[in-house]
Design a protein around this ligand. Sequence first.
Ligand SMILES: NC(=O)c1ccc[n+]([C@@H]2O[C@H](COP(=O)([O-])OP(=O)(O)OC[C@H]3O[C@@H](n4cnc5c(N)ncnc54)[C@H](O)[C@@H]3O)[C@@H](O)[C@H]2O)c1
Length: 362
Amino acid sequence: MKIIKVKTDSKNYDIKVGHDLLGSTPLKKLVSQKDILLIIDNKVPELLINKLKNNLKKSSSKKINSIKINASENNKNMSYLAKVYDFLIRNNYSRDCVIFGIGGGITCDMTGFIASTFLRGVDFILVPTTLLSQVDASIGGKTGVNHKGFKNMIGTFNQPTQVIIETKFLKSLSKLEIQCGLMEVIKHGLIADKGFFVWIEKNLKQILSLKPQFIEKTIKKSIEIKASVVSKDEKENGLRAILNFGHTFGHALETIGSNKLYAHGEAVALGMLAATKLSESSSDLNPKVFNRVHSMIKNTGIKVKLKKKIIPKELIKLMQSDKKKNNSQLKFILLKKIGEAKIKSISNEMTIENAIKNSLFY
Ligand SMILES: NC(=O)c1ccc[n+]([C@@H]2O[C@H](COP(=O)([O-])OP(=O)(O)OC[C@H]3O[C@@H](n4cnc5c(N)ncnc54)[C@H](O)[C@@H]3O)[C@@H](O)[C@H]2O)c1
């Protein structure tokens, strides 16, 4: 097992990463005097959850309940969460409780949000079960729910008291879920750690086949990168935006596909290609980098081609309207080189159009 210590202005806590740690990880200090509620994604295999439940029974003499949720973007909203608040109130949970979120990014975001708001804030522990949530969504303290079609519109910044990452959960995920999680891993290498990027290049096969020591290192390094950015800028006042590398283009592609055509990771993969190409013209990135990024993404097996024809001007318009909603300028995360990113406003639309054409049209 590996432990990563996270330090932020609001809280310091541990992230534990390991293979088969749910039954053995010490929890007494965190839960012994607290009522416990487990919020569980109903698609997560029971067997592993039971190991955690048995561990909790040994660690706490107080009440332990669970509630299953159907994790989907359609249910990631306040009205779906009402049933969880109702349950907590009906069962007399006080501020002295701890809520576990066991599931993918949706479950982690919802759990963090409930824990931030129930009785003005209670402890929560995340047990992310998808690769994307293990390397990204459970790290950094952003919680949230969707509202009337707007993603993550209502939320908080709130850090958990611990994150427990069990790599065995990954076995029941589809290939696409693994590929999508890997896009965030590749992103972390590209923006902050050349050595890690090169290591992924060399070991991609073993990572994709979830060999324990390889997937463990992949997750650990990835978390270290995200946690280090978050600890410098917990509430996204500046630096944290570099974690959005590829996401400005990616979100626009998701919107063009009505959030159905592309899985998030597929859109981010194409977005990273466009952002890498844009970095050549706007950040002096060596043109050889694009081929390396393209090969790595392609070698994961994820699609590197558009599923539907797009008009670059329309994509740019979508990116601009997204920024207007957030009352901010259209900024891009660009690479200076592998392992180093910067944030830059680009007003010349032709430059952006060319990057889209030269990376995605072939
Ligand atoms: N808070 C953040 O910083 C942050 C960062 C990135 C993404 N997110 C959010 O995360 C969400 C996406 O996360 P995700 O990709 O994990 O999606 P998800 O939670 O929808 O999980 C993907 C699918 O896998 C299923 N699943 C979960 N664990 C499983 C397992 N072990 N075996 C089999 N099936 C399993 C889920 O039921 C779901 O159908 C989005 O809502 C996004 O907004 C948040």
